[in-house]
Design a protein around this ligand. Structure first.
Ligand code: NDP
Length: 342
């Protein structure tokens, strides 16, 4: 299949590109600059040489019509994977820095496809658990989160802080995609992937670990000894391996039955204490790791069985046939990848 992948320079997108190429798809990926394209080229020389991988420059997805040119290709695209969206909290203006690129980026690419790429049959969009979770309910014991749930966040709440802004950006963007489908009745079907915290090895170009993607930061901090005196609160107790998320994106474009469905891709439960313990067990050379008596980083009272929401990831297994990797392997591979990046 001929596929357009947006945001190819990202943590999740780099793994998604990997899966696409291994399955023999022909890919054009968008990046913001030629320099970023060149770095991806270096890592995927054989695919570039075979004509299996090409690039389109889209500097800012928040601009109207940003994807008008990128969606046109010869041979024409049959599927689009839209992963590009800001995921960081160093923002000054929630609207401009988070909501606009997420929402205009999503509606913009759907409009461009409808207008100029009639051969596209499936669009897979990276949404998030952020678009599912109801933060005001806290740990919500007894509730089982699934694809049925929607974050009820409002624009006013979105402006309160960057984390709320991020969750709102994902919620509003996914809602806008389903509304587009309803109102515009395009030629294509969509599928949305809703992962909780994504951890795992970094394979994208990174100048320095200081620019590490947001979700992996806590693993780096743990390894650097930042939790020596107190383990940081876990916050969200659900995680998934980046390689499984990548697989889910590609399966959602390949499987006819994935049409017009959300997918809650959850690998399982975890706590920050689990991260610290795995690092200690497998990387004894690291200093300043917390011990069994260090406070913090646990489940709330009642544990994961009675103190925290449940999750239902059945659809991802039944429809996509997804298999989930273990937390231990994920954290080990993640740390090994940090070592290779210095
Ligand atoms: P990254 O920060 O690594 O990737 C984000 C990508 O989006 C980058 O390629 C970035 O380009 C691009 N991007 C952001 N803003 C713009 C913009 N205005 N114009 C053009 N490109 C832009 O993070 P992830 O890989 O983790 O995130 C990928 C997707 O997965 C996002 O949609 C995110 O919301 C979603 N997600 C991530 C989770 C996680 O735990 N990691 C959990 C759930 C969902 P550049 O690097 O050049 O700025």
């Amino acid at each position: 299949t001929r596929v357009l992948l947006t945001g190819g320079s990202g943590f999740i997108a780099a793994h998604t590109l990997d899966v696409l190429l291994k399955r023999g798809h022909s890919v054009v990926t968008t990046v913001r600059t030629q320099e970023k394209a060149d770095k991806i080229k270096e890592e995927n020389k054989s695919a570039v040489d075979k004509g299996q991988l090409d690039f389109a420059i889209v500097p800012d997805i928040a601009q109207e019509g940003a994807f008008d040119k990128a969606v046109v290709s010869d041979p024409p695209f049959e599927a689009v994977l839209h992963t590009a969206s800001p995921f960081h909290f160093n923002v000054t203006d929630v609207q401009k820095d988070l909501l606009d690129p997420a929402v205009i980026g999503t509606t913009g690419i759907l409009k461009s496809i409808k207008k100029s790429a009639p051969s596209v049959k499936r669009v897979v969009i990276t949404s998030s658990f952020a678009a599912i979770v109801e933060p005001s309910k806290g740990n919500w014991p007894g509730h089982v989160y699934s694809e049925e749930d929607w974050n009820p966040i409002t624009l006013e709440e979105a402006e309160e802080n960057p984390m709320a802004g991020y969750r709102a950006s994902k919620t509003f963007a996914e809602k806008a995609a389903w509304e587009f489908l309803d109102k515009e009745k395009p030629n294509f079907t969509i599928a949305t992937i809703c992962p909780p915290l994504v951890f795992g090895p970094i394979i994208h170009a990174l100048d320095s670990l200081e620019n590490l993607n947001t979700s992996n930061q806590r693993i780096l901090w743990a390894a650097q000894g930042k939790w020596k005196d107190e383990i940081a609160p876990t916050g969200v107790y659900l995680w998934v391996d980046v390689r499984d998320v990548a697989e889910a994106h590609v399966l959602a474009l390949e499987k006819p039955d994935a049409a017009n469905k959300r997918f809650f891709t959850v690998g399982g439960y975890f706590t920050n204490r689990d991260i610290a313990e795995i690092i200690k067990r497998h990387f004894p050379q690291y200093k300043d790791l917390p011990s069994a008596s260090t406070p913090g980083g646990d489940y709330p009272e009642g544990g994961k069985e009675k103190g925290v929401y449940g999750y239902d990831n059945k659809r991802t297994i039944e429809v996509l046939g997804l298999k989930y990797r273990s937390f231990e392997d994920c954290i080990i591979d993640c740390i090994v990848s940090f070592q290779s990046k210095g």
